[in-house]
Design a protein around this ligand. Structure first.
Ligand code: PMV
Length: 328
């Protein structure tokens, strides 16, 4: 048998970094998906192939419990990251199906750049758990997939993970995450445009940087609290469908993130290119330090302007994905 599932990536409308300190955040799923196809094997091996994780393409085969390095011609940290998420997702599926020694062939395709702040690892974990459990005849509801995918991120990222990415990818749409409290939100069809600078960042390092700034300076703790206040305002604007206010608040959220030291020249260039071409608002999304910005624009101008910005490797329109994890 073969089973395929897909799950969306995400952008943060508001609240990244502050969510680590218990403030609310509002991530939104976007129509860029990771697709994972799984077939049960008749041995206990795991064979993983991936064509589009922003890697050159790799295939690795390894058996459970072996600490052998995969023999592939791509940078080791990226392979380790990708295979780490797949290993842990498979472990979660085996646990859910009470089938500890099942082997799988796993094929990953992703439209979401790796390490760009767009939730590629969460989407792979969510789609992988869903496909592997269904392959074994077990149906988990989306919340349970989200919870297991969070355990995957928690393991692979040494405890540096909030529930935001995995909950958003599993449920789709706009969601609100505050600590362990995760809810879905009603949202209008937000006209997201994404600009990506082609680099990847280390989320753990950026989180640690904000943590030490916050411990050293009262103003940084106040800035984190101000982001929380801004998110609560943003929730009201979202409920009212007030896209203009959402845009203004995105601009302010970007300024507060810059004050916390997580912006980068490429992100500033893209944010300003978006604003100057008519975006209702623009901000970095995810951990920062490089990666992606998200803007609101119902026209084509921002996508075109970002495409012409030297620091921007790729720009694309990303509709709100109303569906989370699904059979692909
Ligand atoms: O860049 P990403 O997708 O890893 O997002 C990180 C978001 C943070 O709030 C900075 C960390 C977290 O786990 O919530």
């Amino acid at each position: 048998m073969t089973t395929t599932s897909s799950a969306p990536g995400k952008v943060y409308l508001f609240g990244e970094h502050a969510v680590v300190y218990g403030e609310p955040a509002v991530p939104c799923a976007i129509e860029r998906r990771a697709t994972v196809t799984v077939s049960e094997r008749d041995d206990d091996h795991l064979r993983v192939s991936a064509d589009a994780l922003s890697l050159d393409g790799f295939t690795v085969e390894y058996s459970d419990g072996s600490d052998q390095e995969p023999d592939v011609n791509v940078p080791t940290p990226l392979v380790e990251a990708a295979t780490g998420y797949v290993d842990e997702a498979v472990a979660q599926a085996r646990d859910a199906a009470d089938s500890p020694h099942t082997g799988f062939d796993v094929e990953i395709e992703s439209e979401i750049p790796l390490g760009a702040g767009l939730g590629s690892s969460a989407a792979v974990a969510v789609a992988g758990i869903d496909a592997a459990t269904r392959e074994l005849g077990v149906e988990l509801d989306a919340r349970e997939v989200a919870d297991r995918a969070y355990q995957v991120e928690y393991e692979v990222q040494d405890g540096q993970a909030s529930r935001a990415d995995t909950f958003c990818s599993a449920m789709g749409g706009a969601v609100r995450v505050e600590g362990d409290d995760c809810t879905t939100l009603d949202a209008p069809d937000l006209p997201f445009v994404v600009g990506y600078d082609g680099t990847s960042h280390d989320t753990g390092e950026l989180v640690a940087g904000v943590r030490s700034l916050r411990e050293e300076f009262g103003f940084a703790a106040d800035t984190v609290a101000a982001i929380g206040d801004l998110v609560r305002e943003g929730e009201r604007a979202l409920a009212a469908g007030d896209v203009e206010t959402l845009g203004r608040l995105m601009d302010v959220n970007h300024g507060l993130l810059s004050a916390l030291g997580v912006s980068a020249r490429s992100l500033e260039t893209m944010v300003w290119a978006a604003r100057e071409s008519g975006a209702l608002g623009a901000k970095l999304t995810g951990a920062g330090g490089g990666g992606s910005v998200v803007a609101l624009d119902a026209e084509d101008c921002v996508e075109t302007a970002l495409g012409l910005t030297p620091d921007c490797e790729e720009s694309f329109r990303a509709a709100l994905a109303t569906e989370g994890v699904r059979q692909a």
